[in-house]
Design a protein around this ligand. Structure first.
Ligand SMILES: CC(C)=CCC/C(C)=C/CC/C(C)=C/COP(=O)(O)OP(=O)(O)O
Length: 210
């Protein structure tokens, strides 16, 4: 089982965009598997560029072929592996007087944009920390909502993963997930296992122990 290291150094947190709940903490795995933390201007501009693309989310952000990087980003400084902690969804919704569910749905939309950007910018691996072991202790209605969102996401996106050459894998204690979701994840892992593009690792029911 893969494990995602947890870091104690100050995380780089993207400032909230006024309309999108993407506040990921980025953990960068540089080439040659050396872990490092780069609060560099290059990273800032990567974040700024990502945010400006998220603003244009409603426009088509096609995955397409790997492309020339936007101004300010340098190919030799791009990480191989980006990991995102997908929190802040409820806070984002609360700040706008919306129910938590709207925050989670917006989080999923932001995730779609992030996946497309990783494909376009040549990131090899994207890990998203989507549901922690502690999240099981949230109110049942909220857990059910998230499980439903996960199930819909896996169903809706599989064709896209196949078309875009994205390989899906998951980490975490999947035995706690409802059976249909376990089945969907296993199926997606199996059907995409030979894909050679972006590897999308979804950490669900994950605690750092798995
Ligand atoms: C499993 C699934 C459907 C993944 C899709 C992506 C997504 C929206 C993940 C967020 C899940 C989550 C419980 C985040 C925790 O912070 P929070 O945003 O609930 O709370 P906070 O605002 O208090 O940090």
């Amino acid at each position: 089982m893969l494990s995602l290291p947890l870091f104690t150094f100050p995380p780089i947190t993207l400032s909230h965009h006024p309309s999108k709940p993407l506040s990921p903490t980025l953990l960068l795995r540089r080439r040659h598997h050396q872990l490092c933390f780069r609060p560099s201007p290059d990273l800032s501009s990567a974040c700024a560029t990502a945010q400006s693309v998220i603003v244009e989310e409603e426009e088509d952000v096609g995955a397409g072929e790997e492309e020339t990087l936007p101004a300010g980003l340098r190919r030799d400084l791009m990480p191989d592996h980006v990991a995102v902690i997908m929190d802040g969804n409820r806070r984002w919704a609360r700040m706008r007087g919306l129910p938590s569910g709207s925050g989670y749905e917006a989080g999923v939309r932001a995730l779609r944009v992030l996946v497309k950007l990783c494909c376009r910018w040549g990131i090899r691996v994207l890990t998203v920390f989507a549901f922690s072991s502690d999240n099981w202790f949230r109110p049942k209605v909220e857990v059910d909502f998230l499980m439903n969102l996960l199930e819909r996401g896996m169903n809706d996106e599989l064709d896209n993963f196949l078309r875009e050459n994205i390989r899906i894998s998951s980490i975490g204690d999947s035995s706690k997930l409802p059976d249909p979701i376990q089945g969907l994840i296993t199926d997606a892992e199996e059907r995409t296992k030979h894909n050679s593009g972006l590897q999308l690792i979804v950490a669900v029911s994950y605690s750092g122990k798995y």
